[in-house]
Design a protein around this ligand. Structure first.
Ligand SMILES: NC(=O)c1ccc[n+]([C@@H]2O[C@H](COP(=O)([O-])OP(=O)(O)OC[C@H]3O[C@@H](n4cnc5c(N)ncnc54)[C@H](OP(=O)(O)O)[C@@H]3O)[C@@H](O)[C@H]2O)c1
Length: 324
């Protein structure tokens, strides 16, 4: 089974279907990881204003680009508008700050990170009330926000714009204005969202899987918070058995499964061997039986790790995307 290595985007641009995640990495560790990722062949880098490490990513990318504009063209750099910027009048300011920190002349893709919004508090991307809950802004107008993000393209400083963490109804709504260049959502064997993926496919919106390996640190934090255990995807018996059968690692099986579902994935690792492993997923095939076994692991909404419960009060926002 031969799988395209890219999503073809408007204007002849191509988004590599294995990208590099950058969430939860300190500056120094991230710079080294990005260097290892570039050496391993990654060209798609996923960042976000909210990760507070765009400058470190930018330093590593700029060292690699040097003075060669052709090398910049090889890259596909993504960052995201944080929830605190989710108002038409704030989009430009947050976008400019991201580009400045990344120290790049243009972005390949800019995403609305979440459909819910925080208050705009300069210098504080995660503003909280005294009781620890988030300072939410319930006045969000998702379509007006989307129009403001689309407008960014007019400057030529971003080639594509898209969305993240939208549900099916929200995706259809933004598509009524203009089709996003991609939908980035949590997707792995325990959280497969078949209906959302089918809806995006029908609308012609490429889907990018975040937390494709189950985001272990976040899953552990969620388990500690809720008292409910959450399995390590890499330890699942089915995943281990299929990995052994192909002489591959469990992570490679999970990433290959996403590719065979027609998705892109953006695994994050700071370990050079694992960084290499995660992009070496093009030369083996899961059989139909193996695909069915992995499909059967879906736990629906219970399988979601990144449910934003760490943003206390986000679930009360009128645009909160997930079912409770
Ligand atoms: N749009 C959004 O709201 C959103 C939300 C979450 C994530 N994201 C994006 O998606 C990216 C990936 O998601 P994620 O970081 O949550 O989690 P993930 O990629 O599913 O998992 C990362 C974890 O897996 C480990 N790991 C990586 N490769 C491995 C391998 N081959 N074998 C064993 N363990 C491996 C990493 O540890 P080591 O570093 O030690 O290898 C790390 O602990 C993020 O970094 C971010 O860019 C976006």
């Amino acid at each position: 089974m031969s799988i395209p290595q890219y999503f073809e985007l408007e204007g002849g641009d191509r988004m590599p279907r294995i990208g590099f995640g950058t969430w939860q990495a300190s500056d120094e560790v991230l710079e080294q990881a990005v260097e290892a990722a570039l050496a391993a062949g990654y060209r798609h880098f996923d960042s976000a204003r909210a990760y507070e490490n765009e400058a470190a990513l930018g330093r590593a990318l700029n060292r690699w680009i040097g003075n060669d504009p052709a090398k910049r063209k090889e890259l596909f750099v993504v960052t995201k508008l944080p929830p605190g910027g989710n108002r038409p009048e704030h989009v430009q300011e947050y976008f400019d700050n991201s580009l400045k920190d990344l120290n790049l002349e243009y972005l390949d893709l800019y995403l609305i990170h979440t459909p819910f919004a925080f208050d705009h508090v300069p210098g504080d991307l995660h503003p909280k009330n005294p009781d620890g809950s988030m300072r939410m802004d319930h006045s969000t107008n998702l379509l007006e926000l989307w129009k403001a993000v689309l407008k960014l393209k007019e400057s030529g400083r971003v080639r594509h714009v898209g969305v993240s963490n939208l549900n099916e109804e929200q995706l259809a709504r933004v598509c009524s204005v203009a089709k996003p260049a991609c939908l980035q959502v949590e997707l792995h064997v325990l959280c497969q969202q078949p209906s959302l993926v089918a809806a995006a496919n029908k609308l012609g919106v490429p889907v990018v899987a975040y937390s494709p390996l189950g985001s272990k640190a976040l899953a552990d934090a969620k388990a500690a918070q809720t008292g409910q255990s959450y399995p390590d995807l890499l330890q699942l018996a089915e995943v281990q058995r299929i990995a052994q059968a192909h002489d591959r690692t469990p992570a490679q099986v999970l990433l290959r499964y996403n590719l065979q579902r027609g998705l892109a994935s953006i695994p994050k690792s700071t370990n050079p061997a694992r960084i290499k492993q995660n992009i070496s997923v093009w030369d083996f095939n899961l059989s139909e039986t193996e695909v069915s076994e992995l499909a059967a692991l879906d736990r629906g909404e219970k399988g979601r790790v990144c449910d934003f419960t760490f943003f206390v009060g986000a679930d009360k926002h009128p645009e909160f995307p997930f079912k409770k």
